[in-house]
Design a protein around this ligand. Sequence first.
Ligand SMILES: *[C@@H]1O[C@H](CO)[C@@H](O)[C@H](O)[C@H]1NC(C)=O
Ligand SMILES: *[C@@H]1O[C@H](CO)[C@@H](O)[C@H](O)[C@H]1NC(C)=O
Length: 360
Amino acid sequence: MAAIKAVSSLLSSLIVFFLLLLPHACIDAQSLKVCKFDGIYQLGDSVSDTGNLIREKPALPFARLPYGQTFFKKPTGRCSNGLLIIDYIAQATGIPLLDPSLDKDALFTRGRGENFAVAGSTALSAEVLAQKNISPPLTNSSLSVQLDWMLTHFNGICFNAKDCAEKLKTALFIVGEIGGHDFEYALFQGKSIEEVTHLVPKVVQAIKDAVTKVISNGGARVVVPGLFPIGCLPIYLTGFHANNSADYDESHCLKRLNTLAIYHNDQLKRAIEVLRKENPGVVIVYGDYYNAFQWVFSHAPRLGDYLFSKDRMCGNPGVPVCANPDERISWDGVHMTSKANQHIANRLIQDILPTLNCKA
Ligand SMILES: *[C@@H]1O[C@H](CO)[C@@H](O)[C@H](O)[C@H]1NC(C)=O
Ligand SMILES: *[C@@H]1O[C@H](CO)[C@@H](O)[C@H](O)[C@H]1NC(C)=O
């Protein structure tokens, strides 16, 4: 009992991570401007969705305050209190925040990119997942569906393939983060970690196929983000709460889930190596979300109360607003706060800039 108490008190100190003492990120977030990107095209899930899922499912909590309370002062469909990593990347690039592709009124920023990401979406199609008895609960707009939207969009703005290649060579493409939900749904729908590990090559192949399609349609600079350390996220810490302290690493994250994320990320990095050989003229960069998150995590020295439980996410009826989101990493147990996203984005930009190889 004492051991259980100790573990759960460790856990309780974990979830709300204070960022107050986080040193200022030592980079100029404007530095992406040297790349002179004139548009950004984003595919992915809730990490990047700027309003697509709520147009499919308007009743979701992300369509209500307190989602969006910071910066926007209204819900936008972003799964955060404020801005997402992609928003900080857009700002650092000097491009307006990306409109969600399903917002048919948002013609204003067209031509400077578009966001096809859908919260809750998977790398594998709903049909492929169904064969494995996994069902995506929120949306069927998987990576291949988003790609179709993107290609339809390009058909609308390009005269032909050559024109598209010309128009898109100065754009930034971001394919992911995606795949996290494939594993999440499988795990929460009763699959073992071993079974889920067998999904990794298929998920990575789906991402590789998507990147290939982006490139064959004119994409010349592509960032492919990996997974976060999912064993550190409150939703998993709650759902897979273990009694044995050996199941946790020194940061009190679930080891086997982080091992799964690392395995996926290693496979993804190998796929990127292959893609580079297959497409010598194209810049393809791994987006190290895992280590960017770990950096923020390890620099958030002050710990607070553990307020998260799966059915008490901020934004659900009867749940109070999370106080002081600027001092926390986790906004709702699944998604990061605006502040955490900012730190992760800064870290990421610093990391990808040399590989993007932009000439000043
Ligand atoms: C996904 O598609 C299946 C089969 O068409 C359907 O039964 C299910 O309701 C859809 N799921 C969502 C979340 O829209
Ligand atoms: C942890 O212990 C509780 C109470 O003994 C038990 O119900 C639960 O199944 C255990 N959890 C795991 C993951 O072993």
